[in-house]
Design a protein. Structure first.
Length: 89
């Protein structure tokens, strides 16, 4: 799977020198990756909001951005008409 282009998500930022340039929630030191790690470990959005200094809206915005990004069609290069058919190989 391709890496998400977090630069297109207004809820996050990458600041050189802050957590090694990792993507964090805007104006925080909270890495975006921590949300996904905690969800994977079984935490709820409510628990994540409770544990970290971020709002439910911020978490939802990041989750919706990720969902839209992975649902986007993957660009496929057209196969030239002169290319051999894979079935004939």
């Amino acid at each position: 799977m391709a890496t998400l282009d977090w630069s297109q998500c207004p809820a996050v930022e990458s600041v050189p020198g802050r957590l090694g340039g990792a993507w964090v929630f805007r104006n925080t030191r909270m890495p975006v990756s921590a949300v996904f790690e905690n969800l994977e470990a079984g935490a709820t959005v409510a628990e994540i909001v409770d544990w970290f200094s971020i709002s439910k809206e911020q978490v939802i915005e990041v989750l919706e951005f990720a969902a839209r990004s992975v649902a986007a069609p993957v660009p496929v290069e057209p196969i030239p008409a002169s290319a051999p058919d894979a079935r004939s190989l």
